[in-house]
Design a protein around this ligand. Structure first.
Ligand SMILES: Nc1ncnc2c1ncn2[C@@H]1O[C@H](COP(=O)(O)OP(=O)(O)OP(=O)(O)O)[C@@H](O)[C@H]1O
Length: 647
């Protein structure tokens, strides 16, 4: 019975051992579970990794509490027979067999079994404790992991918040910049708009002005064409009249010619008769003389004596007259003089010139009231010329030496006129010569200069010798192109003017004062510049010549007694020529000399005579002024000057 009980116990032990071994093996096969060993068993199986981290998804299975899930069931192979086939570990079985063997061999297998069971339980407890530790560690790790996760999430959130705020800032910045850019673009657009509006306004203004100018131009052109047409018609009319007159004259001439021819023929016949009768008488006389020798000698002697007498008388008279002319006459170099050609004619001419000037100016000496003729000068220059005239007059009175003068300035500014007026005002005679007349005299020049000074010295009142274009004669002596005769003539003049004179005032006029010989310049005491007239002077000049050439011109025709015999031109009608219009012309004629203004007014006169009604209107006046201004500017351009320089 005992034996049977032992066998039962052994069988139970074997089954228990097999079960434990099986459990151990299964746990091992499931990866990581603790390996249960019976004492004395040595397993060839590899030891489990002590601290291998549990898989995150599925926590490790707790030994003893394992539940057999349908998924885990296939992990225990039941398909294969427990043989030494691959995948089957026979070691637990062997150990179970071994333990069975030990139990069979043990005298007290029950106690041994109990002991073994207790050992196994202790071990199980140890394992449970370890498992708890292990789980605690796992929990800590899990906690740590969660903390780290939390911190990382927190950091991430902070980071995200920061990024978000940066994003917001950046977006804000972007928005601000975009707004700024839009604002700037708007401003630029506005500016461009304003600019475009301004440009368009300017363009419109320009177009308007151009159109107005075109209209004006067109109007001017039409007026001009109209005037030209009228002029052409007038000319054609005049020409037709002239042709009619010419035909009439021709017919009259032909009648006269016929009458004359008849007269001539009658005369011819009469004269032939007379000549025949005379020749008959002469023939009779000659026949008498030729036949009588005494009568022949007397006749020949008488004729010869008569011819000799006529010839001698004529030549003698010529020589005597030449002598008188040389001694008393005016030198040929003098072009104009207040003295007559001969001494006896000077007082007569002076008297007549005074009378005519008085008649001209209505009893006054000069037109300007203060007696300065028709010379318009700027106030300071006029004052200076007057002072010089008074000084010269006083010099003559006190028998002091005269002072020589130089007038220089652009052509046509009144130098000659002023010299003439100065002589008249100072009570001296004056004589005018031109520098250009000396060179053609050649070797005669020296003699003529001496003659001139001899003649000048004879003036009782003193004489102002005015040499116009002085640079042509008195230029620098060492110039290469100066002829020997010219140089000698200059030396003669220098000789005659070396000392200060009480009889002669030398007044030189030139456009180029720099060209004068230094010795000539040394003889000059007063230098006066004659500039181009200013606006006020131009205004006065325009008025003066308007009066002279247009208003007085028509008066003259009316009053003249010659009008009874001569065919008179039409009277000029002056309409609407106001001071404002003349002032406008004075402004336009900037840069004009006095001569140019005088010529312009002469052109106005010509235009008036060429017009249909012989009428001076503002339009005609303006037309001539504009034309003359354009001509003046063109002339200046051709001379290489800037037309706007004097403006
Ligand atoms: N200041 C002026 N007042 C009045 N008329 C003037 C004046 N200047 C010039 N004229 C006119 O111009 C003409 C020429 O003047 P004038 O001979 O005096 O000039 P100029 O300066 O001597 O010229 P040039 O240097 O060419 O000899 C005069 O006959 C006159 O019609």
């Amino acid at each position: 019975m005992a034996a049977a009980a032992a066998a039962k116990a052994a069988a139970a032990a074997v089954s228990a051992g097999a079960a434990i071994a099986l459990c151990s093996e299964r746990a091992h096969a499931e990866g990581g579970g603790p390996t249960f060993r019976f004492p004395g068993f040595s397993s060839p199986a590899p030891a489990p990794a002590p601290a291998a981290p549990p898989p995150q998804q599925s926590p490790p299975p707790v030994a003893g509490k394992r539940e057999e899930t349908p998924e885990e069931a296939p992990k225990v192979s039941t398909q294969h027979p427990r043989t030494s086939a691959p995948g089957f570990d026979p070691a637990p079985l062997e150990r179970g067999v071994d333990a069975l063997g030990k139990l069979q061999q043990s005298p007290n297998p029950k106690q041994l079994f109990e002991l073994m069971k207790k050992q196994e339980e202790t071990r199980q407890q140890e394992l449970a404790a370890k498992k708890a530790e292990y789980q605690k560690a796992l929990a800590e790790i899990d906690l740590e992991k969660k903390r780290v996760d939390y911190e990382e999430r927190k950091k991430l959130e902070q980071q995200l918040a920061k990024i978000k705020s940066q994003m917001v800032q950046y977006e804000d910045e972007l928005k601000r910049k975009r707004l700024q850019a839009e604002h700037e673009a708007q401003r630029v657009r506005n500016q461009e708009l304003v600019k475009m509006q301004e440009e368009s306004a300017i363009r419109l203004e320009q177009i308007k002005r151009a159109t107005e100018e075109q209209i004006q131009e067109q109007r001017r052109l039409t007026e001009k064409q109209k005037a030209e047409l009228e002029r052409t018609i007038q000319t054609q009319k005049i020409m037709a009249e002239a042709e009619g007159r010419a035909i009439e004259t021709k017919l009259t001439e032909e009648v006269k010619k016929r009458l004359l021819l008849e007269q001539i023929n009658a005369d011819k016949e009469k004269w032939i008769e007379v000549i025949n009768t005379t020749f008959e008488h002469i023939g009779g006389g000659l026949r008498t003389i030729l036949t009588d020798q005494n009568k022949l000698v007397v006749a020949v002697g008488g004729v010869t004596a008569l011819a000799a007498g006529i010839y001698t008388t004529r030549e003698g008279a010529r020589v005597v007259w030449g002598y008188i002319d040389r001694i008393l006459g005016q030198p040929s170099l003098i072009r104009e003089s207040s003295r007559g050609k001969y001494p006896w004619s000077s007082s007569f001419s002076r008297a007549t010139s005074t009378l005519t000037s008085k008649l001209k100016n209505g009893g006054n000496l000069g037109k300007n009231g203060d007696g300065f003729g028709d010379v318009i000068l700027n106030p300071s220059l006029q004052k200076r010329v007057k002072q010089l005239a008074n000084a010269t007059a006083n010099t003559k009175l006190h028998q002091a030496p005269f002072r020589n003068m130089l007038f220089y300035g652009p052509p046509g500014t009144g130098k000659t006129m002023a010299a003439r007026e100065l002589a008249r005002k100072s009570g001296l005679d004056y004589a005018l010569m031109t520098g250009g007349d000396v060179a053609p005299l050649g070797s005669q020049a020296v003699t003529k200069i001496h003659q001139l000074f001899d003649w000048a010295k004879k003036s009782n009142r003193g004489l102002l010798l005015f040499i116009d274009e002085a640079d042509a004669f008195l230029c620098e002596r060492n110039k290469t192109y100066m002829s020997e005769a010219q140089r000698s003539a200059l030396n003669a003049l220098l000789f005659r003017t070396g000392d200060q004179s009480k009889d002669i005032v030398l007044a030189l006029a030139t456009n180029r004062p720099g060209d004068l010989d230094s010795a000539v310049a040394d003889r000059i005491d007063e230098v006066l510049e004659f500039p181009l007239p200013g606006e006020d002077e131009r205004f006065k000049l325009l008025k003066l010549y308007l009066d002279k050439y247009i208003i007085k011109a028509s008066d003259k025709h009316e009053n003249s007694w010659l009008s009874l015999f001569r065919r008179q031109p039409q009277k000029i009608e002056v309409k609407g020529i106001t001071d404002d219009l003349i002032r406008e012309a004075a402004t336009k004629t900037q840069g004009f000399s006095g001569r140019e203004i005088a010529k312009m007014m002469a052109s106005v006169q010509a235009a008036v005579y060429g017009s249909k009604d012989c009428e001076l209107t503002p339009g005609l006046f303006r037309e001539v002024v504009d034309y003359k201004v354009a001509e003046h500017q063109q002339r200046r351009r051709l001379a290489g000057e800037d037309p706007k320089q004097n403006e």
